[in-house]
Design a protein around this ligand. Structure first.
Ligand SMILES: NC(=O)c1ccc[n+]([C@@H]2O[C@H](COP(=O)([O-])OP(=O)(O)OC[C@H]3O[C@@H](n4cnc5c(N)ncnc54)[C@H](OP(=O)(O)O)[C@@H]3O)[C@@H](O)[C@H]2O)c1
Length: 255
């Protein structure tokens, strides 16, 4: 992370997830990181508690339900009162299915439900926009700052040849449009803020677990590998990359 400022303040939202936890860990291991805000619904979970023991107050745990706009606003009020500037914010949360398979990616049009559409849009599309609204003043300063949202290649409209997964695909496409609009506005109002949509690659996590049998051998990333690739993309990004959609290996993904 050569482009991170000395004592940079980072924030990972969805820090309890497979990729979110690995990102939090890697940032804490980096000497330039001053502190990392790790936000999720249950910040008292064992993995984050173990990290807190190792890193002391460089790790700041905060509760945030990204499906609830009041919860987002309350968490940001705390963050702003302690660290009025952020240098890196990564939206590492996401929704594809619920734990008891009541909401599941649709195979055909008959599978579409209001509940499925609402759950996917609330987390994948609405939450990054509500977070951007709260985070913008903290990211708008004289130093380089990055706002990155983990998207998915299946959110690419031109790359969609298989169909299905209506709610997830559409919510990620909506997320991408929000990232792009934010980049356009940042170009006018926050000239050092870089906004990115990033595809992590298929990674071993609770989100991908039910679908991993289709992944060719050797193509399933560990969360740590995905995190290292994503941080490299963020590190290499310049202002000319703002508003773009990149895969884990730096390849641009068509919208
Ligand atoms: N894994 C892949 O193969 C893959 C591929 C392409 C894109 N992605 C994208 O990468 C991102 C990270 O996915 P992952 O694989 O790391 O998934 P994961 O391990 O299932 O983690 C999902 C995270 O989202 C959080 N989350 C969900 N609903 C939330 C809510 N209402 N409030 C707060 N947090 C909430 C979860 O928190 P809780 O612990 O509170 O549930 C968890 O931290 C997602 O945007 C996903 O779409 C993943």
């Amino acid at each position: 992370m050569n482009t991170l400022d000395e004592n940079a303040v980072a924030m990972i939202i969805g820090a309890s997830g497979g990729i979110g936890l690995a990102l939090t860990q890697r940032l804490l291991d980096h000497s330039r990181t001053g502190c990392v805000w790790a936000a999720c619904r249950r910040p008292d979970n064992a993995a984050l508690a173990a990290l807190a023991q190792r890193h002391g107050d460089r790790l700041r745990l905060i509760a945030m339900d990204v499906g609830d706009s009041d919860s987002i606003a309350e968490a940001f009020a705390v963050v702003e009162s302690k660290t009025p500037q952020l240098h890196l914010l990564i939206n590492a949360f996401g929704f594809l299915h619920d734990a008891d398979a009541q909401i599941w990616p649709e195979k055909r049009i008959e599978d579409i439900s209001a509940e499925g559409l609402e759950a996917n849009f609330r987390i994948n599309a609405m939450a990054p926009a509500l977070i951007a609204r709260q985070a913008f003043p903290l990211l708008n300063h004289r130093q380089r700052a990055v706002f990155a949202s983990l998207s998915a290649r299946v959110g690419s409209i031109s790359d969609n040849r298989l169909g299905g997964w209506y709610a997830y695909r559409a919510s990620k496409a909506a997320q991408n449009m929000l990232t792009r609009s934010l980049a356009v506005e940042a170009g006018r109002r926050a000239k050092r803020l870089i906004c990115l949509a990033l595809h992590p690659g298929t990674t071993d996590s609770a989100l991908s677990a039910p679908f991993q049998s289709r992944v060719p051998q050797g193509k399933l990333f560990t969360p740590d590998f995905a995190a290292s690739q994503l941080l490299a993309r963020i590190d290499n990004a310049g202002i000319e990359d703002s508003g773009q959609f990149y895969a884990w290996d730096g390849e641009p993904i068509p919208w």
